[in-house]
Design a protein around this ligand. Structure first.
Ligand SMILES: NC(=O)c1ccc[n+]([C@@H]2O[C@H](COP(=O)([O-])OP(=O)(O)OC[C@H]3O[C@@H](n4cnc5c(N)ncnc54)[C@H](OP(=O)(O)O)[C@@H]3O)[C@@H](O)[C@H]2O)c1
Length: 354
C-alpha cells in the first residue's frame, strides 16, 4: 500500500529546498505528495512542482484530523517550529486513525535543531554526543536548560517521541544545525543561522566573539541537509524500518567548525564589502551585547546575553551517525562553510529584508 505524504514549511528555507529536490530524487513509488500552504501565492507556487497544496490551520485539532483523514496522509514531514508541540500532537493523533483504518505504518517527522542538543539547552558538551546514542532520549529527558525558554523545544522532542509511541506512530527527530548555502525553494532562500551573524555585524559595524573560549558547532550545506530528509523518506517509502522513536534522532551534519573560524571568515567578507570597518573579531562589552541583542530583536523572555549567545554562539558536540547508517553521503566537508563564507555573505546581503 503506497503512502500519501504531507510536506510542511515549503515556503521556507529547508522545506522549500526539499520541495525543489524531491521530484528528481527518484523516490520509490508513493501515491500523492501534498504541501501545506498558507496563501494563494504559495498554493500556486507548489502546483508548479506538481504537488497538491492543502491549506488548514495546524493549531486546530479538528482541521488537522480532517486533512489527514480526508487525504489519507500517512507520512508527515513537519518543518515549522521546534519550540511548541501542539500541532505535532494533533498530527500524531490523526495519523493513528489512519493506522487503525488502514493497518499501515504511519510516520511523523519533527524538525528540531542543534541548539536543543547544545549547552543552551543543558545538553552534555564534554564529549561527542552521538545521534545514535541509545541513551539519547534519557539524556534529553534529564536536560535542564540554563536558558529557561530553551526547555520548551527539549520538551517538544520528548513529547513527540512519547505521544507517537503511545499512539503507535513512528516518529523521527530531524536535527538541522548551522545550515548554509542558497535555498532552492520558491520562498525564503537564506538560513536563519548565518543571517544572525551578518545582521549583528551590520548593526555593530564589527564582528564580536560572544563565546568564553573556543566553541564548536555542527554545520551542513543546505543540499546535504535536504539529502538526509530525502534519504529518510526513501527508507520510509521502501518500508526499510529506519530507526524511529527513542532511536530516531537524525543530525544532518558532516562535522563541526569553531565559531571563531566562522566569524573570521564572515568578517573578512563583510570588511571587503565595507559593511564593517575592521575585520578583526573582538570580545564585546556588556553595552555592546545589549546593542547586539537589540539588533537581533531580542524577545523579552531572554536576557541580552542569553539571546546573543544563543543566536551566534555556544557549544554543541552533537555528532551525526544515524544518517550515515542510512547511506547518506554529504557532498561538502565542514570547512566548506569557511571557504564559501564570501558567497554566503553576498547571498544574505542580497536577501536581508531589515
Ligand atoms: N535554517 C536552519 O539552519 C535551521 C537550523 C535548525 C533548525 N531549523 C528549524 O527548521 C525548521 C525550518 O527552518 P527554515 O530555515 O526552513 O525556516 P523558515 O525559512 O523560516 O520557514 C518556516 C516555514 O514554516 C512555515 N510556518 C510558520 N508558521 C506556520 C504555521 N503556523 N502554520 C503553517 N506553516 C507555518 C512558514 O510559512 P510562511 O512562509 O507562510 O510563514 C515557512 O514555510 C524551523 O522549525 C527551524 O526552527 C532551521
Amino acid at each position: 500500500m503506497s503512502h500519501n505524504i504531507l510536506l510542511t514549511g515549503v515556503s521556507g528555507y529547508l522545506g522549500g529546498t526539499i520541495l525543489a529536490r524531491i521530484g528528481a530524487a527518484n523516490l520509490p513509488p508513493y501515491d500523492k505528495l501534498y504541501a501545506l500552504v498558507r496563501t494563494d501565492e504559495q498554493a500556486a507556487a507548489v502546483k508548479q512542482y506538481s504537488v497538491e497544496p492543502l491549506a488548514f490551520n495546524i493549531q486546530d485539532e479538528a482541521a488537522v484530523r480532517d486533512a489527514v483523514l480526508n487525504y489519507g496522509i500517512s507520512v508527515v514531514f513537519y518543518l515549522v517550529d521546534p519550540f511548541y508541540s501542539t500541532p505535532q500532537v494533533h498530527f500524531i493523533k490523526a495519523l493513528t486513525e489512519i493506522k487503525k483504518n488502514t493497518g499501515r505504518d504511519v510516520h511523523f517527522l519533527h524538525t528540531s535543531g542543534a541548539k536543543i542538543f547544545s549547552n543552551h539547552a543543558g545538553a552534555p558538551i564534554d564529549k561527542p554526543l552521538l545521534d545514535n546514542d541509545p541513551q539519547l532520549y534519557d539524556i534529553q529527558k534529564s536536560q535542564k536548560a540554563p536558558i529557561g525558554f530553551m526547555q520548551n523545544p527539549v520538551e517538544t522532542n520528548n513529547i513527540v517521541i512519547e505521544e507517537a509511541e503511545r499512539h503507535g506512530v513512528r516518529s523521527y527527530i530531524f536535527v538541522p544545525c548551522i545550515v548554509y548555502g542558497k535555498g532552492e525553494g520558491f520562498g525564503n532562500p537564506i538560513s536563519n543561522q548565518t543571517v544572525a551573524i551578518v545582521r549583528a555585524a551590520k548593526a555593530m559595524k564589527r564582528v564580536y566573539d560572544v563565546n568564553a573560549g573556543v566553541s564548536t558547532w555542527p554545520v551542513c550545506h543546505v543540499i546535504d541537509n535536504t539529502t538526509l530528509y530525502i534519504e529518510l523518506l526513501r527508507k520510509i517509502l521502501l518500508g526499510d524500518n529506519p530507526g524511529y522513536g527513542k532511536n530516531g534522532y537524525y543530525l544532518a551534519s558532516p562535522g563541526s567548525v569553531s565559531w571563531q573560524d566562522l566569524y573570521a571568515a564572515m568578517a573578512a567578507s563583510l570588511a571587503k564589502r565595507n559593511i564593517i570597518e575592521d575585520d578583526s573579531v573582538v570580545t564585546p562589552s556588556d553595552e555592546k551585547i545589549e546593542e547586539m541583542a537589540k539588533a537581533l530583536k531580542r524577545p523579552q523572555q531572554f536576557s541580552p546575553n542569553e539571546w546573543v549567545e544563543m543566536l551566534i554562539g555556544g557549544k554543541c558536540t552533537f555528532t551525526a551517525r544515524r544518517g550515515y547508517e542510512l547511506g547518506w553521503k554529504p557532498q561538502y566537508a565542514p570547512t566548506h562553510i569557511l571557504e564559501d563564507a564570501d558567497t554566503e555573505v553576498e547571498l544574505i546581503l542580497q536577501h536581508l529584508k531589515d
